[in-house]
Write a protein that binds this ligand. Sequence first.
Ligand code: NAD
Ligand code: LMR
Length: 345
Amino acid sequence: MTRTLAVTGAAGSIAYSLLFRLAAEASRSAPGDSERIRLRLLEVPAVVDRLEGVRMELEDCAFPALEAIVCTADPEEAFAGVDAALLVGSAPRRPGMDRADLLEANGAIFAEQGRALGTGAHPDARVVVVGNPANTNALIAAEHAQRAPRADGEVLSADRFTALTRLDHNRALAQLAARTGAPVKSIERLAIWGNHSNTQFPDLGSAAIAGEPAMQVLARVCGGPDAAEAWVAGDFIPTVTGRGGAVIEVRGASSAASAASATLDHLRDWTHGTRGRWASMAVRSHGEYGVPAGLISSFPCVVDADGSARVVEGLELTAEQRSRIDASVAELEEERAAAERLGFL
Ligand code: NAD
Ligand code: LMR
């Protein structure tokens, strides 16, 4: 099978990790399983020359699965017929900024790219928005894709537009594993709800470690249920929600390799399925858990082997969980209103 993938911001920091791992993963597919990929690399015109250096390095890796590389500054060329688009290209925040501060600078990019995806991408294409504010940028791109004219009369459904909260999910896994001493692989049913922002809700309410409720394990290691609750509220949640800002403070630049790794986790799970495990993905709401339909919000999701993703339904939420989710969803509604005021929706 040959898949065509577009990656935007392809000369940027995240892409410098993402592209090489993507090609390496495809090249590691089982012998006889002839997975091949073609890459379309999109950049702004001023940077497209520098992008040639990325192409040269990709060529120099001699990845067996990498069939072709196109470098372009034209979104229509980048997205024509693609099976997946990883929308990374956009300005990152700097110290002292919130991700929502980027909407004015980045929203127009996602309107233009949504239109080009709507016009030309494969009608079942998977779109993963990484550029911040990721949820609202995904919403903008999805809306513009719906309005785009297509020669084949098909529509790239808004349900095919997702935003990356897998980095938050992975951060939460890492914190819980470190506190309990449990292997990451033994942790299940952890969820990120809402916005990829400080209001997101990293939720351990259903989480299990080797089949045992995570809160029970935490009570053991923290010295009782109250101490476990205190660790979750006072340490775990602020660490996960503030991790992006903390990396910027220390590194002087926003997370790149971990963001690339999470993007690959998201795309791999969405393509090949989660085998019943939960993965956090920001997907278009159809009203699940009271999240207004149309918003792109993070939920616990499962993906079947055929690549169909759905929100885990039927969870009983406590008042505390409900109010944390509502707070993040309220912020998504504010961002949507801001995008409307700025003329992106
Ligand atoms: P970067 O500045 O290193 O690279 C961004 C690249 O995008 C640049 O090369 C730039 O020329 C390019 N670009 C800008 N406008 C473009 C356009 N219209 N079309 C194509 N390319 C364009 O930034 P980075 O560190 O790679 O981060 C990219 C984005 O990802 C930022 O918005 C950052 O905040 C976000 N991010 C999101 C997550 C997440 O978990 N969702 C994690 C980390 C970073
Ligand atoms: C992150 O979570 O690391 C990214 O969204 C970058 C940022 O601005 O925090």
